[in-house]
Design a protein around this ligand. Structure first.
Ligand SMILES: Nc1nc2c(ncn2[C@@H]2O[C@H](COP(=O)(O)OP(=O)(O)O)[C@@H](O)[C@H]2O)c(=O)[nH]1
Ligand SMILES: [Mg+2]
Ligand SMILES: [Zn+2]
Length: 299
């Protein structure tokens, strides 16, 4: 493993921004199409003689990744080396709990500490949202109601994230960029203004960007990446990501129970007795169907 000397802090269509261990920020490129870096990647980079850009020669070992299918159904890594996965939802756009469940599942598998942020608390909670959110807190997930408009609980959010590297995900329009802009003290706006003026010209949209927080941490936004929630590779991955189903599964008659149609299934009886939320079980079933489809595709 070569020594790394920089961290990736932004990715554009073909270029990256690096924070060198010396504290200097530089633009960078990478050779070939095979190597692909993401925010929070540790890399080895060297200056290119006669050019302002540096060249990335190696990517360090990744502690974890968040990956998802891209528009072509291939797997795309969104970010690496993540401590906290901040999953944002709001009353508007209408919450898609299946998206939230899939991100929670991803957080368990990475692993990374999940934190659910329900934003736009300046608006009334939509019907059913309080009950849905109570299911997550009962499972032990941290939940924070915030408003990027009034600033409600954003200092608390910053304090909870502390010095960690946090990746912010969730449906488009829930307020991710607004929250990040406040937590990073406006760095987001400043940085996108800079990225628009890069030498490469007009079409250098930022895919992902990592910004420093006041508490000494880093927070990652992915404004140029469409939000596809994660898809898993197998039923066992899905089960491991739905923590209450994983726990209940020890009581099933068959060790390889899928909790779908099998007899003496402790998961299904848990749902019937109200021990497992029916909506979470429905997400589990849908995620298993997606996993089976993904397996066929990659086989
Ligand atoms: N009322 C209200 N609107 C918000 C809040 N946070 C963000 N918005 C608005 O929601 C829209 C989407 O916000 P944005 O940060 O771009 O969402 P993103 O797509 O998740 O990054 C914008 O019009 C924001 O001004 C909030 O807490 N309350
Ligand atoms: Mg955004
Ligand atoms: Zn079962």
């Amino acid at each position: 493993m070569p020594d790394t000397n920089a961290t990736v802090t932004a990715t554009y269509s073909r270029r990256m921004r690096l924070l060198l261990d010396t504290g200097q920020e530089v633009g960078a490129r990478i050779h070939g199409k095979k190597l692909k870096t993401v925010c929070a990647d540790r890399v080895r980079a060297e200056p290119i003689p006669g050019e302002p850009d540096w060249l990335i020669t190696e990517i360090g070992v990744r502690r974890n990744v968040l990956d998802r299918p891209d528009s072509r159904g291939n797997t795309e890594v969104l970010a690496a080396n993540i401590d906290r996965l901040v999953i944002v939802a709001a009353g508007l756009p209408k919450p898609d709990w299946f998206v939230l469940d899939r991100y929670l599942c991803a957080a368990e598998l990475m692993p990374a500490g999940a934190l659910i942020v329900f934003n736009k608390s300046d608006h009334e909670l939509p019907a059913g949202a309080a009950d849905a959110l109570a299911v997550y807190t009962a499972l032990g997930y941290e939940l924070l109601n915030t408003s990027a408009t009034t600033g409600h609980n954003l200092a608390e959010l910053g304090a909870m994230l502390g010095s960690s590297t946090a990746l912010v995900v969730g449906q488009s329009g829930v307020g991710k960029s607004s929250i990040i802009n406040i937590i990073s003290d406006g760095a987001e706006l400043r940085t996108s203004a800079v990225s628009n003026k890069t030498r490469e010209g007009k079409h250098t949209t930022v895919n992902s960007i990592m910004l420093p927080t006041a508490a000494g941490g880093s927070i990652i936004d992915s404004p140029g990446v469409r939000d596809y929630a994660p898809v898993f590779r197998s039923q066992s991955e899905v089960q491991a990501g739905f923590i209450e189903i994983q726990t209940a599964a020890t009581g099933c008659r068959f060790a390889n129970c899928l909790h779908l149609r099998e007899p003496d299934c402790a998961v299904k009886s848990g749902v019937e007795r109200g021990k497992i939320a029916a909506r979470r079980y429905e997400s589990y079933r849908r995620a298993v169907v997606l996993a089976e489809r993904a397996q066929k595709k990659y086989r």
